[in-house]
Design a protein around this ligand. Sequence first.
Ligand code: GDP
Length: 528
Amino acid sequence: MSIIAQEVARRRTFAIISHPDAGKTTLTEKLLLFSGAIQLAGTVKGKKSGRHATSDWMEIEKQRGISVASSVMQFDYRDHIINLLDTPGHQDFSEDTYRVLTAVDSALMVIDAAKGVEDQTIKLLEVCRLRDTPIVTFMNKYDREVRDSLELLDEVENILKIQCAPITWPIGMGKTFRGVYHILRDEILLFDAGQDSAQQLVNEVISGIDNPRLDELFPLEIEQLRNEIELVQGASHPFNLEAFLSGKQTPVFFGSAINNFGVREILNALVDWSPAPAARHATKRDVEPTEGKFSGFVFKIQANMDPKHRDRIAFVRVCSGKFERGMKMKHLRLNRDIAANTVVTFMAHEREQVEEAFAGDIIGIPNHGNMQIGDTFSEGEALAFTGIPFFAPELFKTARIRNPLKIKQLQKGLQQLGEEGAVQVFKPLNGSDMVLGAVGVLQFEVVASRLNNEYGVEAVFESTSTATARWVSFKDNKQKAEFEKALQHQLSVDAGGNLAFLATSRVNLQLTQERWPDVVFHATREHA
Ligand code: GDP
């Protein structure tokens, strides 16, 4: 096997997804702890306050004094390299999340077992399904009174439409939580409450469900447990690797993240079962991860991660070949070579210079605004990765400022937030007021607070006459010129320089489409 193939084979890149408060942050911290990436852990206290601009991991950093650099993190576990991507924790759903999910090969879904399947989980799963992303499930908070376990599996199967294969099975819950039975290994892992001091990461294991020691330990419960296990084994699907890899079945684990319980089993599942980086679709052809030449695409841009440095990082998912520091790579959209001298990776403790990276890895390229979501980088070949979506926004506002002297800052801020994908920004061909488009209401709040904090601009948002938007493309320049002339008061350019038609109503859109049958109106835009 080539070096590149060996490196690809030991990589796992996954996103952690959940409804807010299910325990994503806690579990993330524990994954890092078990992998040895961080030494210190404990309870993440209280409600998160700055839920907007920062990643949950930055919250960990604040609360725990751990230096977590980013919403992307790399660590080693069992001679594998794991890339873990956080999904934004907003209550509101945002496009950001979709794009993070285009950069991973599998996902870890965290469910609060007291609550079951919640809204955000449903939406996230819909996105995973678009690409048949394999999903590992963690039922969290068994140290509390939770819902009936069989009922939870039923809910996942019926609402999320994915088959469940329990790998472990909980014994009791809340005050009588005893641990889990590992169905595949026929072992009982004992839960030891009060383990949240975090240093004790090993659980006592009893092998065999018929082990007499269990009768000694749990004389009152063991009979029922044995019956239940028999029932579960009869009623549920056995784990099937192929069904998991095709996104049809999810292995389910039970535990309590805050008590470090069940976390190691999750890590092992990711290493043993989750797929290594796969081929990716690009224009012209598919790109194999083991190809010799480097390629990757930008799926996320984050500005001002470090307010002291006012920096802007383009997060690139490596798709093939080997990245080496200092190498030249082609920035396809600008048709320009760039020298990758200062490229960073994100470890648990800090950013580090990347010396080399392979498919599945996420590298961060600092830049001053010339990189956009969807951009492809390659070692020469004119490839463009597809499938990084922008959605036609459904909500529109214009931004006004109280202090007219700040107009420059407003424009700069909106331009940058637009390029970052925090919100979509449309500059009318005629007129000066920029129109902001969003998929979720909270995006406006995020933009307002970031304009204030990062650009010193106090903006108010007002309603606009725009009801919906479509990107437009033409069969030739003549048609484009005619369309622009006829409808210039309704046309604008987005942050990526793409022409969009802003309709005042659905009917207006429909009539325009009928009048211009040869113009293509796009509800999603895939890449710049
Ligand atoms: P996130 O919003 O999904 O990132 O959730 P957090 O990790 O911030 O957790 C939300 C709340 O649930 C916090 O108060 C955690 O302390 C708590 N929590 C997380 N895991 C557990 C668990 O295993 N048991 C219990 N009882 N509480 C937990």
